[in-house]
Design a protein around this ligand. Structure first.
Ligand SMILES: *[C@@H]1O[C@H](CO)[C@@H](O)[C@H](O)[C@H]1NC(C)=O
Ligand SMILES: *[C@@H]1O[C@H](CO)[C@@H](O)[C@H](O)[C@H]1NC(C)=O
Ligand SMILES: *[C@@H]1O[C@H](CO)[C@@H](O)[C@H](O)[C@H]1NC(C)=O
Ligand SMILES: *[C@@H]1O[C@H](CO)[C@@H](O)[C@H](O)[C@H]1NC(C)=O
Ligand SMILES: *[C@@H]1O[C@H](CO)[C@@H](O)[C@H](O)[C@H]1NC(C)=O
Ligand SMILES: *[C@@H]1O[C@H](CO)[C@@H](O)[C@H](O)[C@H]1NC(C)=O
Ligand SMILES: *[C@@H]1O[C@H](CO)[C@@H](O)[C@H](O)[C@H]1NC(C)=O
Ligand SMILES: *[C@@H]1O[C@H](CO)[C@@H](O)[C@H](O)[C@H]1NC(C)=O
Ligand SMILES: *[C@@H]1O[C@H](CO)[C@@H](O)[C@H](O)[C@H]1NC(C)=O
Ligand SMILES: *[C@@H]1O[C@H](CO)[C@@H](O)[C@H](O)[C@H]1NC(C)=O
Ligand SMILES: *[C@@H]1O[C@H](CO)[C@@H](O)[C@H](O)[C@H]1NC(C)=O
Ligand SMILES: *[C@@H]1O[C@H](CO)[C@@H](O)[C@H](O)[C@H]1NC(C)=O
Ligand SMILES: [Cu+2]
Length: 684
């Protein structure tokens, strides 16, 4: 069953008289759209179930018994999602509850429903319910919903989120039908237990998974296409060594009946896994809504024998761009057109990690099947992970806004513009913020990802930050350490927490920052400010006074990682990317300030920089963070505080906060984890 066909079955629609709206999604072009309903309602009964999406059984979070159900809503309608947390209390959730975030939604005027644990609400605890109810005033397009309190997204709490154009609105492109391609990283261990090991003191002498020290989660065990994957698809892969990864040890997992507990899972004698089949009819054009909902891997997606044309990046249209493969990072979406114009047959859908991103991650494979073709696997070989070059910078630069969005007289009706703007031409900046990434070792011995030397932990207090700052607008100015004022920047960066030794350096060419700290990192903004953010990705080294010259993860570490960044509450213009150290004088002229893409998720390349610009037009407190869930957990996040006192008052039914509020500075020692969740967290 395809995701498209299950979509209708999964919805529990209170407003049943409006149920016909869902047929609009797949209705052929040119047919009259049904009347828009006022409210689109869903019930999310979230429980734990045993599933084996890649033939390897594990506990996952399901919604009404299904993994990753889609949500669809017409622009202008009210979306109501009643969320019941029926996850048993002893299931490992370090956030003590769950939230649902609407990834890519700006949430203007409905800030309290952004679904960020401890920021806009406390998590919904086990046994409780909470209703997200807000009018959807977002650009029609492709989004996804996901858990955003602890690590529950990685335990499968996510699904597609589609905003349909209102009746009569022009289509983004001509196409006959559409498909959703939801891509995910599948880890065999429970995410909280994997993450707990990231919280332990780093000790290069004890870098084993039973020593009680930091342990990196590694690459996922499989890649899922619409919930289907194939653990140990090694007959197809040459030389993949992930099967010997101790994390793949099958003995502690339940093995589905009829399957062997020894590898490989894909042996002919060991059937059970099924690949996702995307069925198409020859001669038709399909809009494929690609979503990277994974937690680690930057995918390159190639449809064998077919080029595709990108028509939207995240949710906004782009100038059509034909490509042979699509590089889609975590949190990103691309809407592409695929013409079924090849001889009827079967073609691989290859989902790969490339050399420059995550070497060693398995590939994920599906089948593009023409109606009438034999139901066999494609005869051609699959593409191997690491075999495809990534897009060069010129391809990223070729992703631009269509001309029509640059002129007030041609801008398509219904385009969601920043407040007080009449086009999507980026307004001139009023502020610059420089953010430098590094891997740091805190005085506690914990290894963290820091931004400007601050590793932001998850829970400032047991009150949602938005409530705290709204009730006490002077809080940041009073409590937080003011950063150094960058001379060309006019920014005001503040932090609170363990701040004695914090110094912020926001201008170019600043000296190496002082000792890193765990704290909260904020930038305070006024409504209407236009902020250019320069994100500088250094080598992933530890602060230099940590001497691990024995070759461990010490100060000589030269590993460089790309980071997929996402921002809440705003779309932004991606003005440019580059390699090396950003130089305002030299690099500024290369920025695209004419027709840059308007997105909500972007990449900062290894040892490179990216420059984005956004207009602070949305009162609230908004997170900007790495969408590698593990990096976010390790501190790679910061907040923009935009006049929160002018945001609406909180709904009266926000969930109660848990009593301990440990989240990611909890004492996740082996004993603690064993005691709390009955699992040491090591064997996963
Ligand atoms: C949620 O699902 C569980 C398990 O199927 C069921 O026992 C429970 O009654 C459901 N709760 C709601 C509110 O639908
Ligand atoms: C949902 O939560 C409210 C309290 O917020 C409670 O009164 C109600 O009984 C709950 N509903 C169910 C079905 O558990
Ligand atoms: C799997 O783990 C068990 C227990 O931890 C161990 O005894 C066994 O040798 C491991 N098997 C493999 C193939 O690593
Ligand atoms: C894809 O097609 C093959 C061949 O018909 C079938 O065995 C497999 O179950 C299909 N996959 C899914 C997810 O239905
Ligand atoms: C895909 O695009 C490339 C470059 O434009 C072209 O050489 C190739 O023939 C195209 N392939 C198909 C199947 O259209
Ligand atoms: C399907 O398979 C049958 C039997 O192998 C073969 O005769 C036929 O030509 C195949 N059809 C297509 C369209 O490949
Ligand atoms: C990827 O790396 C492998 C091993 O280093 C190398 O053989 C291959 O040529 C590389 N591929 C590309 C596309 O750079
Ligand atoms: C933006 O800056 C440019 C160059 O400094 C200037 O020409 C232009 O008028 C400015 N635009 C606005 C809207 O202020
Ligand atoms: C900013 O500070 C640097 C170093 O102190 C100095 O060289 C530079 O001229 C200053 N720039 C401006 C615009 O004041
Ligand atoms: C929009 O314009 C109004 C009127 O000038 C102003 O009061 C408001 O602050 C502006 N809002 C933003 C976000 O620019
Ligand atoms: C690490 O760097 C230190 C200082 O630069 C140097 O003395 C040491 O030999 C290096 N260790 C390795 C393993 O490269
Ligand atoms: C920045 O670029 C300018 C112009 O190319 C150059 O003169 C300057 O030396 C560069 N600055 C640094 C720190 O590399
Ligand atoms: Cu990251």
């Amino acid at each position: 069953m395809t995701l498209n066909s299950i979509r209708v079955l999964l919805q529990i629609i209170y407003a049943s008289s409006f149920a016909s709206v869902y047929s609009a999604v797949t209705a052929p072009l040119g047919q009259p759209a049904p009347l828009a309903p006022a409210t689109t309602s869903y019930v999310f009964n979230i429980t734990v179930a045993q599933r084996a999406p890649d033939c390897f059984a594990k506990g996952v979070l399901v919604v009404n018994g299904e993994m990753n159900p889609p949500v669809e809503v017409v622009q202008g309608n009210t979306l109501e999602v009643v969320v019941y947390n029926n996850i048993p209390e002893d299931w490992p959730l370090m956030s003590e509850g769950i939230t649902i975030h609407w990834h890519g939604f700006d949430m203007k005027g409905v800030q309290w429903y952004d679904g960020v644990g401890y920021l806009t609400q406390c998590p919904i605890p086990s046994g409780a319910n909470f209703t997200y109810r807000f009018q959807v005033m977002e650009e029609p397009g492709t989004y996804f919903w996901h858990g955003h309190a602890g690590m529950e997204k990685v335990d499968s709490l996510f699904g597609p989120l589609i905003v349909l154009p209102p009746p009569g609105a022009p289509a983004i492109a001509q196409y006959d039908d559409e498909r959703t391609l939801l891509l995910t990283d599948n880890y065999h261990g429970e995410a909280t237990l994997l993450a707990a090991a990231l919280n332990r003191p780093f000790d290069p002498d004890k870098i084993t998974n039973t020593s009680g020290s930091f342990n990196w989660v590694g690459v996922p065990q499989s890649i899922l296409l619409n919930g289907h994957g194939f653990y140990g698809d090694c007959a197809l892969l040459d030389g993949g060594n992930f099967l010997v990864d101790p994390k793949c040890n099958v003995t502690r997992q339940w093995v589905p009946p009829g399957r062997s507990s020894v590898l490989p899972y894909n042996a002919p004698s060991n059937p059970g896994c099924s690949r996702y089949n995307m069925t198409v009819e020859a001669g038709k054009t399909y809009r494929i809504r690609m979503i990277n909902a994974g937690s680690l891997v930057f995918y390159t997606v190639c449809f064998a024998g077919h080029n595709v044309t990108i028509v939207a990046a995240d949710s906004f249209p782009v100038t059509p761009l034909s490509v042979s493969c699509v590089d889609i990072n975590l949190g990103q979406r691309y809407d592409v057109l695929l013409e079924a114009n090849q001889p009827a047959g079967n073609y691989w859908i290859n989902v790969l990690a490339t050399n420059t991103t995550r070497m060693g991650a398995p590939g994920g494979y599906g089948v593009l099947r023409y109606a009438g073709a034999n139901e066999t696997l494609p005869a051609d070989p699959i593409m191997q992970p690491d075999s495809v070059p990534m897009w060069g910078l010129e391809t990223f630069e070729a992703i631009t806004l269509p001309e029509a969005f640059l002129n007030a007289s041609t801008i398509p009706q219904g385009t969601v513009l920043p407040v007080n703007e009449t086009t999507l031409v980026p307004p001139n900046r009023t502020h610059i913020l420089h953010v430098t990434f590094s891997t740091v070792l805190l005085p506690s011995g914990q290894i963290r990802w820091a931004m400007n030397n601050v590793a932001t932990y998850g829970t400032p207090s047991c009150t949602p930050t938005l409530a705290q700052l709204q009730a006490d607008p002077g809080f940041l100015a009073r409590e937080a350490l003011q950063s150094k004022q960058g001379n060309s920047t006019n920014v005001d960066m503040v932090q609170s927490g363990d701040a004695e030794r914090v110094t912020m350096y926001l201008d170019d060419g600043s000296p190496t920052p002082s000792y890193p700290v765990a704290g909260q990192e904020y930038m305070q903004l006024k409504l209407g400010d236009v902020v250019e953010v320069v994100l500088q990705n250094n080598a992933a080294w530890l602060n230099e006074d940590a001497d691990y010259s024995d070759g461990g993860l010490g100060c000589n570490r030269t590993l460089r990682e790309e980071h997929p960044f996402h921002m809440h509450g705003h779309h932004f213009w991606v003005l440019g990317h580059g390699i090396g150290v950003y130089n305002e004088t030299a690099n500024r002229t290369s920025l695209n300030v004419v027709n840059p893409p308007y997105r909500d998720s972007f990449t900062i390349f290894k040892n490179g920089w990216s420059v984005i610009r956004f207009k602070a037009d949305n009162p609230g407190v908004w997170m900007m963070h790495c969408h590698v869930d593990w990096h976010m957990f390790m501190g790679q996040k910061m907040y923009f505080s935009v006049e929160p006192e002018t945001a609406p008052q909180p709904p009266s039914d926000l969930p109660q906060c848990p009593s301990d509020c440990l989240y990611n500075f909890g004492p996740f020692t082996p004993d603690y984890v064993e005691d709390k969740w009955g699992d040491s967290g090591y064997a996963a």
